[in-house]
Every structure is written in structure tokens, then in C-alpha cells.
Design a protein around this ligand. Structure first.
Ligand SMILES: C[S@@+](CC[C@H](N)C(=O)[O-])C[C@H]1O[C@@H](n2cnc3c(N)ncnc32)[C@H](O)[C@@H]1O
Length: 232
């Protein structure tokens, strides 16, 4: 199926949220980071403003800023209405209320939109789609997937997840994925098979608790690490 702007529901998180979701510490932030499916998150913009090295890939980046902005405006009310209908499925501590959620997401997306044209010229926003990444082996220290892998387990099967994570581990020494839940809050059916498949390949495959929780029960991330000295 072709990727169209109308098939995307742009909803972007902030650098503080990325730090919480992925247990990112200063030594992580000093490395070369690849964000897979970063969409309209402000992680890249905020990190780059601090002089840090982030590249984001997303098929959304094929579209001009004006088209992304229009789509952001179109989908805001739809998502807020959905969250309002299902408010008990979420934990209202990090984000205290639905209006605060709308403000935070729109703030992140505006920050992304302001950075997108320059970031695209600088090669920080790359139009690419998992499971294929246009980078050399070990080009990055850390590859992240926030709210793409596992979240859309109904649309993307186990084989896709394994190929995507294998590719993330080809270009980076480590991959982290958050959340491990699907849309609607059910556990992803792919998590255990992904852990055991990578563990069998000698990858250190673990699940870790994180401080961030918005989907109720969604406070764990997956961490996959190549053994030290492995080049691909
Ligand atoms: C829910 S958004 C998450 C955005 C951001 N990571 C965050 O957490 O704020 C999911 C993103 O995945 C992107 N996406 C869809 N298919 C993809 C693929 N095959 N490879 C990489 N990203 C994809 C979408 O365009 C969208 O921007």
C-alpha cells in the first residue's frame, strides 16, 4: 500500500518524553542517535539545538512542511476526541489533563515544523521506511523506535518486526523500543518472540522499566545490544 499523507496520524513527543521512555542518560545523549519513525516529534529539533547528533527517518519526511502542518492541524481534534472517550486507558500524571496533552503535542509538532526545512537540508530528517535503512553498518550508537514498532502490531507482523530490528542493529550498536503495548493498550504479541529470536543470536535482549507511563501499563521498553566488538 502506498504511503500517503492522509494515512498518517501525526502526533509528536518531546525530548523530555524520549528521555523518560528510553531511560536516556547523558552518555546516551552524547552518542550518534537514529530515531526510526520520529514523525513530528521535537526530539531531533531539541537535541540538535543542543549540538547533539540525531538523524530521524520517517516516510512522512517525503512531504513538504506545509502538507505535514495541514495534516497535524486536521488530526489534532480527532485524536483529542479519541483520548477523551478512552481517558481511563491513560495515566494522567506526566500529562495532567487532556488540554495539557493537546498543548504539549502541538508544541512539540510546531517545534518540529520550525526545524524541518533546515533539518532536511542538513540530512537530519531522512525520508526512509523500516525495515530498510539507508545508512552504513554501525553508523550510529543507538537506534530508537518510539510509538511505531509493537504499537502497530496488527498492521505489521512478527517478520516485519524482526527485519526492522535486525536492520536497526545493523546500523547501530543498540536498539531500544517503546512502548511494548499496542494501540488500545493490549500487550504486543510479538514481544516474546522478538526477545527469544535475538537472544538466540547472541544479542543481549532485555526489557526494562522506565519512568514514563501514559498508556496505562506501558512503562517498559525493550533494549537489544550487540555484544561488544560486533561490527554488524
Ligand atoms: C505515532 S507516530 C510516532 C512519532 C514519534 N516517534 C513519537 O513518538 O512522537 C508513528 C510514526 O511512524 C511513522 N511510520 C509509518 N510507517 C513507518 C515505517 N515503515 N518506517 C518508519 N516509520 C514509519 C509514521 O509516519 C509516524 O510518523
Amino acid at each position: 500500500m502506498p504511503f500517503t499523507i492522509d494515512s498518517v496520524v501525526p502526533w509528536g513527543r518531546t525530548m523530555a518524553e524520549y528521555r523518560g521512555m528510553f531511560n536516556l542518560i547523558e552518555s546516551d545523549l552524547r552518542g550518534r542517535i537514529l530515531g526510526c519513525g520520529d514523525g513530528p516529534a521535537s526530539f531531533n529539533a531539541e537535541m540538535s539545538a543542543q549540538g547533539r547528533a540525531v538523524v530521524s527517518v520517517d516516510p512522512l519526511y517525503a512531504f513538504p512542511a506545509a502538507a505535514i502542518e495541514r495534516r497535524v492541524e486536521e488530526t489534532h481534534d480527532i485524536i483529542i476526541e479519541q483520548v477523551t472517550r478512552n481517558r481511563d486507558d491513560f495515566v494522567w500524571t506526566h500529562v495532567p489533563s487532556i488540554p495539557a496533552l493537546g498543548r504539549r503535542r502541538m508544541g512539540a509538532m510546531r517545534r518540529f515544523l520550525a526545524d524541518f526545512p533546515q533539518g532536511k537540508r542538513e540530512g537530519r530528517y531522512v525520508d526512509a521506511s523500516l525495515p530498510d535503512l539507508p545508512f552504513d553498518d554501525n553508523a550510529f550508537d543507538l537506534a530508537l523506535s518510539s510509538h511505531f514498532l509493537f504499537l502497530y502490531s496488527e498492521q505489521f507482523d512478527l517478520a516485519f518486526h524482526l527485519r526492522a530490528l535486525q536492520e536497526m542493529l545493523r546500523v547501530a550498536g543498540e536498539a531500544r523500543v517503546f512502548p511494548l503495548l499496542q494501540i488500545g493498550g493490549a500487550h504486543s504479541p510479538h514481544v516474546q518472540a522478538v526477545l527469544s529470536t535475538f537472544a538466540a543470536q547472541g544479542i543481549r535482549a532485555t526489557m526494562e522499566s522506565v519512568s514514563y507511563e501514559f498508556q496505562r501499563g506501558g512503562n517498559r521498553m525493550m533494549r537489544l545490544r550487540k555484544p561488544c566488538g560486533t561490527r554488524a
